[in-house]
Design a protein around this ligand. Structure first.
Ligand code: PRX
Length: 657
């Protein structure tokens, strides 16, 4: 974000007070900040108390081996029991847990908590029968259908950590993740519905399984949900099993086992600054405490009356914490939607809100910006009066989008909670509390009670109000990642080495404190991009480009983009043999990245160049490439080994645009 945009942002003076009725009945009030400050461990013990523990914990936090944390030491718990069984036992079995909305119109199904208990138990029995044991990893590669949530909970029930891989990722991406966590089994579907047509998933699983096998890792079983009924080219009777056979025939009785609070719950891969995705490890007691508490506090959930909808995919952390675990631990009723916002037509999301009377809605700025473009007539044609709170996540929300969201979708009465967090933090860290904090368009405001954040300079000193620096979390928190799967050293290096002396967690984001002390998260300060709220690594895309036979070298930058926040822009040098690459080279390379990683990584722009700007030590100066990609005057080139390189690139880019 440019300094100019930033100073505009910091002049933002619109304020929206919490609605009086919400404030009066809010789940969390202002005194919670003081209570959490006064005794932070007691505050978290109280939050853990919203869960059902088989054996109570003896100690809240063990930080003796920092930065390796243990929360709720000695406690034993089962996440699936907390998300399902206990609601049935409390007499809420008839409450709808999921209003499933398939992409084909009228393909809907409601599942109550009692039904969910049966299905999760069946799936747990089936996984066990397939040889999955406590501690084994299970990959889940699914469309957004109830079985995806059921599979996650079934894994949790038997203590087999899941790793959900976004269904939009390629077979290569899936293969890397399978091999990294040595998944024993995969749960998938024949396909899902996307923009009105069946879209296959199983062939990618077959390919990924073969690739993982050639890297020395065999996946023993693949459990396949029949969603679309499309033809499957390959079926291996030794490995592939239909969900409706294995789960359908299993018993609905399953006595769940309870695990240590620190038992691994899942591994979620996310992009880091190197080409290799990081497997972020979350454990049971702390993660569930964080996701349940924040969902209750930030969304002001009233489980008896609210209908909640989070539009994220379960392949991302938002889907984990704010579809599967947080809401279900709280006994919420929620919508689960399979498809895209504009299928079969642009008003689909608003139809769903109207039909189910959605009260709490959580989505990403990129979606809001695309609705803004389509015009307010579309939502205006629907009754959205049930909404009482709107949430935003994944990237900074620009004030225009915030105000439009509140005004057009929320009829100017709903608070907007801009929630900052990460795969690593497990749950929301910085957000307004809807009954307490006034709304300030574009600001995530302050850390929620129990969380301590700061904006610091390079030395780790807090910056004064009105200035910017690096965002850090100054105290451990229950839903923090425990490590990077299989790589403790990378965990320490990535998050805890920058401010080792102070013991701060470095989030990788830049932020500003305004003159009121409120926080404005500005985006990544490392080589990580944020495209439509999805995290992508520049290095990962560069590796994908270099794997193309015609590419000798590549540099990727995230350039500002009106629709997607940032967009992938690639600069490539072709090999000598490739000559000029041929007339389709740009399209070929864009599609190559799409195939290697997935559609979200497809570059907006590929520029073929003769040289890349490098320092004398050979480091690519991405800052300069970013200037070109954003059509700006190129900045200081004095540290370049050859300063004429930028002239060539700038001229080339003007000629090709
Ligand atoms: O840069 C921040 C941005 O998304 C990054 C985390 O990405 P991921 O782990 O994929 O999790 C996304 C969903 C929680 C952060 O480092 N980010 C996330 N939420 C916000 C945000 N940036 C600004 N404002 C937010 N509300």
């Amino acid at each position: 974000m440019s300094e100019q945009t930033l100073s505009n942002l910091l002049k933002e003076d619109r304020r929206f007070e919490p609605p009086a009725d919400l404030a009066e009945h809010a789940n969390l009030t202002a005194e919670a900040y003081e209570r959490a400050d006064a005794d932070y461990e007691a505050f978290w013990a109280e939050q853990a108390g919203r869960l059902s523990w088989e054996t109570p914990f003896e100690r809240v936090l063990d930080w003796d081996d920092a930065p390796f944390a243990k929360w709720f030491v000695g406690g034993r718990i089962n996440a699936a029991y907390n998300c399902v069984d206990r609601h049935v036992e409390a007499g809420h079995g008839d409450r709808v847990a999921l209003h499933f909305v398939g992409e084909p119109v009228d393909d809907t199904r409601d599942l109550t908590y009692a039904q969910l208990k049966d299905e999760v138990s069946q799936a747990a029995n089936a996984l066990t029968a397939l040889g999955v044991e406590t501690g084994d990893r299970v990959a889940i590669y699914m469309p957004m259908i109830p079985e995806a949530v059921i599979a996650m909970l079934a894994c949790a029930r038997i203590g087999a950590p899941h790793t959900v891989v976004f269904g939009g990722f390629s077979s290569d991406a899936l293969a890397t993740r399978l091999a990294d966590c040595k998944a024993k089994a995969i749960v998938t579907a024949d396909g899902g519905y996307r923009r009105g047509a069946p879209s296959a998933l199983k062939p990618a699983v077959d390919e990924a399984r073969a690739k993982a096998a050639s890297n020395g890792h065999d996946v023993s079983k693949v459990l396949v949900v029949q969603r679309t009924g499309q033809d499957l080219e390959t079926w291996d009777d030794d490995v592939d099993v239909w969900w409706h056979d294995a789960v359908g025939s299993a018993s609905t009785e399953h006595a769940c086992e309870f695990f240590d609070a620190e038992h691994p719950l899942f591994v979620m891969y996310t992009s880091g600054t190197t080409g290799k995705p990081k497997g972020i490890l979350h454990t049971t007691g702390g993660y569930l405490t964080g996701s349940a508490y924040t969902h209750w506090a930030v969304f002001d959930l009233k489980p008896e009356t609210d209908v909640y909808w989070c539009t994220a995919d379960i392949g991302w952390i938002t889907g984990h914490s704010y579809i599967t675990y947080g809401p279900m631990a709280n006994g919420a009723t929620q919508v689960l939607y399979e498809g895209t916002p504009d299928s079969p037509e642009r008003g689909r999301w608003w139809d769903i809100i109207e039909k189910y009377g959605v009260t709490l809605f959580y989505t990403a700025p990129t979606a809001i910006r695309s609705f803004m473009k389509q015009g307010r007539e579309i939502p205006d044609g629907r009754d959205l009066s049930s909404l009482r709170l709107l949430g935003s996540v994944g990237e900074p929300i620009n004030p225009e989008a915030y105000v439009w969201y509140r005004h057009v979708i929320g009829a100017d009465k709903t608070p907007v909670v801009d929630t900052w967090w990460q795969t690593e933090t497990g749950s929301i860290m910085i957000s307004p509390l809807p009954g307490v904090t006034h709304g300030k368009p574009g600001s995530a405001m302050i850390p929620i009670p129990g969380i301590s954040a700061e904006v610091v300079d390079d030395e780790g000193n807090p910056v004064p109000d009105g200035s910017g620096g690096l965002l850090v979390l100054t105290k451990p928190w229950p839903s923090m990642l425990r490590t990077i799967y299989g790589d403790d050293e990378r965990y320490v290096d990535t998050y805890w080495s920058r401010f080792r002396k102070q013991g701060y967690y470095f989030a990788g984001d830049g932020a500003k404190k305004d003159t009121d002390g409120d926080l404005w998260v500005l985006g990544r300060v490392d080589d990580v991009m944020n495209v439509s709220g999805h995290r992508l690594s520049t290095t990962e895309i560069e590796s994908a480009l270099v794997s193309h036979p015609k590419v000798a070298e590549a540099a990727v930058v995230g350039a500002q983009d009106e629709d997607t926040g940032q967009a992938v822009c690639a600069f490539v040098i072709l090999t000598d043999e490739a000559g000029d690459g041929g007339k389709d080279i740009v399209e070929d390379l864009r599609n190559h990245v799409r195939k290697e990683i997935g559609p979200i990584a497809k570059p907006r722009q590929v520029m073929v160049v003769a040289e890349l700007p490098k320092t004398r030590s050979g480091k690519i100066m991405r800052r300069l490439l970013k200037d070109v990609a954003e059509n700006r005057e190129v900045g200081d080139v004095t540290t370049l080994a050859d300063s004429s390189v930028m002239d060539l690139i700038s001229k080339g880019s003007k000629a090709s645009s």
